[in-house]
Each structure stands twice: as C-alpha cells, then as structure tokens.
Design a protein around this ligand. Structure first.
Ligand SMILES: Nc1ncnc2c1ncn2[C@@H]1O[C@H](COP(=O)(O)OP(=O)(O)OP(=O)(O)O)[C@@H](O)[C@H]1O
Ligand SMILES: [Mg+2]
Length: 254
C-alpha cells in the first residue's frame, strides 16, 4: 500500500486539485484509492462532490478520527468505483488546539489509520502549512509529492520545504521519501519555463515530466465535484492527468 502526502506550505498551488485528479486517474486505472482530506478548508471533500449531512454525517470526519471518537471504518465514504474519501470538517479549526495538547500528537492520524483496510493508494491532501496536520500526514505517509507553481517566489519556499521535510524525516518518520515534484498551474509565461528549467537542473528525475497547465476545465470540474476524468474524459487536461498518474504509479520508491 502506497501512502502519498501531497504537500507544499505555499497556498493555492494546486495541491488539492492534483490530489483529486491524480487519485481519480489512479482509480480509473483499476486501483483502489482512498483520499484523506486533512485540511480544515475541506476543499478535497468539496472537490470530490461529497456533501455534509447527505453523503456523510457531520460528526464522522477526519476531525473525530483524530480525536479518537470514531474509527477509520466509521469515516470512510465510498465516493465512486475504486474511490473512497475520508472527509474533513471546518470544526478542525477549533479542535486543532485540543489535538495539539494530546500525548503523541504527531501520530494521531497514523494510529487512527492503522486498521484502515486494503487500498492500493492512500493520498493525503495537506493544508498549506507545515503545522500539526501536515506533520501527522508525514508521520503516516511513506511518500511525498510536492506540488508547486514555478514562480520565482516558489524557489525560496521550496528550499525551506525540503529542509523542513528533512527535519521531519529525521525526527518522526525515517521511512518517508520525496517521490517527485509536479509543476502545476503553469501559464505560458517565459518566466515559468525558466524556473521549470532551473528546478529540473536541481532536482533531476525527481521532477515529473508531465506538467499541469492552468486551464479553466480544472476549476469547472472541481466546481461540479468531479474529477477531470469524469468531467471531460477525452480532454487534453484529462490525458495529462492520466499521464501524471502513470508517472506516479511507475515511480515506486525504494
Ligand atoms: N491546473 C489548474 N488550472 C486552473 N486552475 C486551477 C488549476 N489547479 C487548481 N486550480 C484552481 O486554483 C485554486 C487553488 O487550487 P487548489 O485548491 O487545488 O490549491 P491548493 O494548493 O490545494 O490550495 P490550498 O493551499 O488553499 O489548499 C482553485 O480555485 C482551483 O480550482
Ligand atoms: Mg488544498
């Protein structure tokens, strides 16, 4: 079972969109995928079309899971063929402090998901910070995919991210590695190309070959609670995402 956290402490770079669409494409290929929304903004829950009180109970989310009042089986929702989701809750905003005071606070998610069951892939959509939620994801995952927008300001943030990642690897989870870096929301600007080349020169084959362009179809799909593969199955966007998913699937670390 591969457990992959999608991270970047920078906000709005396409982490959630990438998690949902890569997950959707992996599920399309016949593998069983569980996506875990650990962000109090709940965008993954929303982008996958799950509605509180209809598709899942308001009090059966990752929030209760972390507090230990429900089990993994209580909060897993089958969303479509081969695709399951653990929804998040905005209540996580208030309750995070309580989690912070708990003993073993870094491993709350890992412990709660110990009996999660059989999935081929577990994808964790992290919030845009390296706070307690992301640390919990990194304590549980064995791989990281960094999602970034190749803007000049991203480079500095990226160095910081790698340093923090190395610190977390040393302190909490020696078994975690960076599987790859995906450039998302690429505009046809020259600066993007230059930064991409710079990243490629520094990261070598850690960079995924496939990049995700900035296109309205991604926003429209999420707005309808669909993956890009469901929304526009034969579009260029869906093809690119399948290509990226194939790279992720092929790149089995260690
Ligand atoms: N490839 C894309 N093309 C166009 N718009 C995109 C693309 N990917 C994401 N977006 C849009 O950009 C916004 C931010 O994307 P997303 O929520 O995936 O980023 P994020 O990194 O998860 O953000 P946060 O840090 O807040 O969690 C959303 O409105 C989303 O629909
Ligand atoms: Mg997000």
């Amino acid at each position: 079972m591969r457990k992959i956290a999608f991270i970047n402490e920078k906000g709005g770079v396409g982490k959630t969109t990438s998690t949902v669409n890569v997950g959707g494409a992996i599920a399309e290929s016949g593998k069983k995928v569980l996506m875990v929304d650990i962000d109090k903004q709940c965008y993954l829950t929303r982008f996958t079309g799950l509605r509180s009180g209809i598709d899942y109970a308001e009090d059966k989310t990752v929030n209760e899971l972390l507090h230990g009042t429900v089990t993994a089986q209580d909060v897993i929702v089958q969303r479509s063929k081969n695709l399951w989701v653990i929804p998040s809750s905005t209540a996580l905003a208030e309750s995070e402090y309580g989690l912070f005071l708990k003993l073993g606070r870094e491993r709350l998610l890992a412990n709660a998901l110990a009996d999660v069951g059989k999935f081929d892939y577990i994808l964790l959509d992290c919030p845009p910070s390296l706070g307690l939620m992301t640390v919990n994801a990194l304590a549980y995952a064995n791989e990281v995919v960094v999602v970034m927008q190749p803007e000049p300001s991203s480079l500095q943030g990226f160095d910081h991210l790698l340093k923090t990642f190395a610190a977390i690897k040393g302190a909490i989870n020696a078994d975690i590695d960076v599987t790859g870096v995906v450039c998302s929301m690429i505009e046809r600007k020259k600066v993007h190309g230059t930064i991409f080349d710079h990243l490629k020169a520094n990261l070598g084959d850690k960079m995924f070959k496939t990049t995700i362009p900035s296109r309205a179809a991604f926003i429209e799909a999420s707005g309808q609670g669909k993956t890009i593969g469901e929304y526009k199955p034969s579009s260029d966007e869906a093809k690119l995402v399948r290509q990226l998913a194939a790279e992720v699937m092929k790149r089995k670390p260690k």
